[in-house]
Every structure is written in structure tokens, then in C-alpha cells.
Design a protein around this ligand. Structure first.
Ligand SMILES: Nc1ncnc2c1ncn2[C@@H]1O[C@H](COP(=O)(O)OP(=O)(O)O)[C@@H](O)[C@H]1O
Ligand SMILES: N[C@@H](CCOP(=O)(O)O)C(=O)O
Length: 325
């Protein structure tokens, strides 16, 4: 469920009238997603032939001071031919508006569905689309500080504490604190970097068959290593959901697809095992924190941190093997 706010039909119609997109025809709440409220909006379109958009209301997690960065990034990537929804600007040229004291933005609707069990062809396409993003940000003029880096993983795990982590799984405290020390000692420096997605899970990719039709949800985008973004995507795509089985054909296809568009340097390749362990730690830390802090009556379904502990254990044992060509 991801419609946290009720918007009256009259308010929605007035909001849509602030854009040059035709008149409001329908607005349907979208069930997927956890952070924001989203509606699929249909209008009569500028030419009277109908048009579809996504209306997002920013509810939690997102500091709206950063909206010009997130929405500007969508426009930048879309203008460079990436399958990313452009922001619809209102009649005054603004990227976002306010309604009921909350910020909203209207963005392009992209077709496609998110896959649960990707094929190698789909993984190759996702790898290539990720590389295309990495090339396209080279002249993006803004920068976004990485607020979900090592220091934040450390803070989140420490705020869960030994006992909190042990409630999730008796083995988790030792694994989490041990891994934080390992990563603090081994985290690389000086790899090629730019503004990267940082959360390219299957539910943030829309596909039509083997083609990527949409890359969405850039609200964790920040300045970081390109290879870290590839590692996040590898960890998110190449395993069964519970992390218990690595799917080598998916991992290899993803890396192959990426390398078809952007080459990886010797240092980037050498650091992928450490970056993949970091990617796992990033989702262990946020999921463990949410596991312990989400009220039982919250609308959000908690995600299992242990699914990323299993991935972490895989990467720690496998070394360079998942990334060898
Ligand atoms: N530009 C878009 N085109 C088509 N569908 C979209 C678009 N943006 C979001 N959606 C739909 O809305 C859902 C939730 O969006 P998302 O940005 O992932 O929300 P959240 O940040 O709350 O996780 C997606 O799973 C997708 O179905
Ligand atoms: N992908 C993260 C959670 C981030 O949520 P999103 O719905 O905004 O992508 C995870 O799986 O832990």
C-alpha cells in the first residue's frame, strides 16, 4: 500500500490545472512502493488524445530540500536518452508544487512491468542501462552527498545494538559488527565516481520483454563510485529473493551487459568483491533498523535483513569469482 494521503477530486483537478497537460480524467492510487504516495493520472492530453502521468507526493524519508536535485537528475538523464521519466514542469516552470503542505511532482508515465525472476537477457539489458546512466551523468551539474555510506551503516547498526540485532537473528551481531570493521579497513578510495542510483532493485526497473523501458525511484541517488552502484545492482538482481541462492547466469549477464557500454578498470574489477560486501551491509543496516523500529500497525511491510546477510556470506566466500569474465 502506498497511498498515505487522500486527495479530494477537486484538489487533484486544481493541481493538474497548474500543468499544461489537459484536464484530469482519472486518478488511481498505486499500491506498490513504500516511501511516497503515487497516483496514475490520466488527462485529456494537450491534443485531446489522452495522456498518462505519475503523481508523487513526498511523504517520508525524502528531504524535500533535495527535490531540485532528484527531479533535475530525472530531466538530465531523460534528455540524454536514458529510459528515465522526465519531470513535467508546471506552467510557471517549477519542478514541484505544494498541496496540503506536502510537495508533489508530476512525472512522465513509462510503460513496463517489474520482473520478479529475471532472465539472463533481462539482466544483460539492466547492466547496459546502468552503464548508460553512468556515462550520462558525466555532465550533470549538481552533486548529492552520499548519506547512506559506511558512516551511516555504522550508525544504524550501532543504534540497533547487540541485543536488537540478536532479536533478529542470534548470529547477526557478530556478523554485522565484524563486517563493519572489515569494510572500514578495506573500503577503496579513488575509483571513478559520479551521481549514481544506489537502489536499482528489480522493483525500480520497468521492463518490456528483454528491454528496459524505465529506471525509476532515484531518491537514494548520490555521489559514489560507479562500481559501487554496479555492486548494489549485482546484489539486488543475482540472487533468489531470500538470498539463499546465487544465480550465476544472472550475475554474469549483468556484468557483461554493463561492460558492453562502459569498461571497468582493473581497480574497479579488483574492488568489486569489497563493494558487493558493502552493498550487502548497506541493506542489512537499513533493513535491521527498520525491522526493529517499524511500528506493528505501520502500512509498510518490513524487509528481511537476513536476505542480505546470506548474500554477504556468498560474496565473502566467493571473492573475485562472481565478477570474473
Ligand atoms: N514513471 C513511472 N512510470 C510508470 N510507473 C511508475 C513510475 N514511477 C513509479 N511508478 C509505479 O509506482 C510504483 C512506486 O514507485 P516508487 O518510485 O518505487 O515508490 P517508492 O519510492 O514509494 O518505493 C512503482 O512500482 C511503479 O509501479
Ligand atoms: N531497496 C531497498 C529499500 C528501498 O525502498 P524503495 O521501495 O524506495 O526502493 C531494500 O530492498 O531494502
Amino acid at each position: 500500500m502506498a497511498v498515505y494521503t487522500h486527495l479530494a477530486a477537486e484538489d487533484l483537478a486544481a493541481l493538474i490545472a497548474a500543468y499544461d497537460v489537459g484536464e484530469l480524467v482519472s486518478a488511481k492510487g498505486i499500491a506498490e512502493g513504500v516511501s511516497n504516495s503515487n497516483w496514475l493520472i490520466e488527462t485529456s492530453g494537450k491534443d485531446g488524445h489522452g495522456a498518462r502521468f505519475i503523481l508523487t507526493m513526498y511523504e517520508r524519508r525524502i528531504d524535500t530540500a533535495y527535490l531540485p536535485f532528484y527531479l533535475g537528475l530525472l530531466d538530465h538523464l531523460s534528455a540524454r536518452g536514458c529510459p528515465v521519466p522526465a519531470t513535467i514542469h508546471d506552467r510557471d516552470g517549477s519542478l514541484s508544487r505544494e498541496i496540503d503542505g506536502k510537495s508533489v511532482a508530476l512525472i512522465e508515465f513509462l510503460p513496463g512491468v517489474s520482473v520478479d525472476r529475471p532472465t539472463p537477457g533481462q539482466a544483460r539489458a539492466v547492466g547496459a542501462a546502468l552503464a548508460q546512466l553512468h556515462l550520462a551523468v558525466s555532465d550533470f551539474p549538481m552533486t548529492g552527498v552520499q548519506t547512506m555510506g559506511l558512516a551511516e551503516w555504522d550508525r544504524l547498526i550501532n543504534s540497533c545494538g547487540h541485543d536488537g540485532l540478536a532479536q533478529i537473528d542470534p548470529g547477526l551481531p557478530e556478523i554485522a559488527f565484524g563486517e563493519l570493521s572489515h569494510l572500514a579497513a578495506e573500503w577503496p578510495a579513488g575509483l571513478p565516481q559520479g551521481v549514481v542510483h544506489c537502489d536499482l532493485f528489480p522493483d525500480n526497473v520497468l521492463m518490456l520483454g528483454d528491454e528496459v523501458s524505465g529506471l525509476i525511484d532515484f531518491y537514494f541517488a548520490a555521489e559514489d563510485f560507479f562500481a559501487y552502484d554496479l555492486a548494489v545492482t549485482h546484489a539486488a538482481w543475482s540472487f533468489t529473493t531470500d538470498g539463499s541462492n546465487y544465480r550465476p547466469e544472472i550475475g554474469s549477464a549483468l556484468i557483461e551487459g554493463y561492460r558492453s557500454r562502459r569498461s571497468l578498470s582493473v581497480s574497479e574489477l579488483a574492488e568489486l568483491p569489497t563493494l558487493a560486501r558493502g552493498a550487502c551491509m548497506r541493506f542489512i543496516s537499513s533493513r535491521a533498523y527498520d525491522w526493529l523500529h517499524t511500528p506493528p500497525d505501520a502500512l509498510v511491510t518490513r524487509k528481511d535483513p537476513m536476505a542480505f546477510v546470506r548474500r554477504l556470506q556468498f560474496y565473502a566466500a566467493a571473492g573475485q569469482r562472481p565478477f570474473a569474465s
